[in-house]
Design a protein around this ligand. Structure first.
Ligand SMILES: [Fe+2]
Length: 207
């Protein structure tokens, strides 16, 4: 069965529905391809909104200064197609074998569904789905899958480290999400163009 995304306007006027192609689409990768591990799920309820939480993914600088990653990811491309926001970024990761390049590709289908693919040192997939609980709280579910390596112990180790890293970053983001104030016109700098694009994309989901 394919997931259905619905967009309703507050006045009850128009409704938009989208059926996702899970037979060929990225969700199918985690579900039915033997090359990937079975998805593992984590979930949180945060006192924030879907837009504030999603904006985190295009805030490049916070990876370095909040999550203490080695570098600020560099955006290769960012675009909007209808309800889909597509961002490709590159980063450098310190490993026991020296610095390696990694690639992160994010596809956000509205606020409700996000697909993140990481490639480079390892192939990783995160499917994010979220739904509002009430006006002030949002329920986020993350599903993780790892592209299997030749050795199953190594695959397990990579998966464990990957999930632990995302959990660590998520925990660091929670106090920011729960305390940040939404500014209609934030003061942005040159390296924050993706936030402008994100805000333009987000506008279509409000009436
Ligand atoms: Fe973050």
């Amino acid at each position: 069965m394919s997931p259905l995304l619905l967009g309703l306007d507050a006045g009850g006027g128009s409704a938009r529905a989208l059926l996702l192609d899970t037979e060929r689409g990225p969700l199918a990768v985690a579900r039915r391809d033997d090359a990937w591990t079975a998805p593992e799920r984590r979930e949180w309820v945060v006192r924030s909104t879907a837009q504030e939480m999603a904006e985190n993914t295009v805030d490049a600088a916070h990876f370095r200064f909040v999550h203490k990653t080695n570098t600020v990811p560099e955006t290769e491309k960012a675009s909007i197609r209808d309800h889909i926001l597509h961002v490709v970024a590159n980063n450098r990761v310190a490993t026991p074998r020296g610095e390696q390049r990694g690639r992160i590709e994010i596809q956000a289908h509205g606020f409700g569904l996000g697909i993140t693919r990481v490639s480079g040192i390892a192939g990783l997939l995160v499917v994010t789905s979220g739904s509002p609980v009430d006006d002030d709280h949002n329920h986020t579910r993350l599903q993780f899958a790892v592209k299997k390596l030749a050795n199953s112990d190594t695959t397990r180790g990579v998966g464990k480290a990957f999930i632990a890293e995302i959990e660590r970053q998520f925990a660091q983001d929670i106090p920011i999400w729960e305390n940040k104030i939404h500014l209609e016109r934030p003061l942005l700098v040159e390296g924050e163009r993706e936030i402008v694009l994100f805000r333009r994309w987000a506008k279509q989901f409000y009436s």
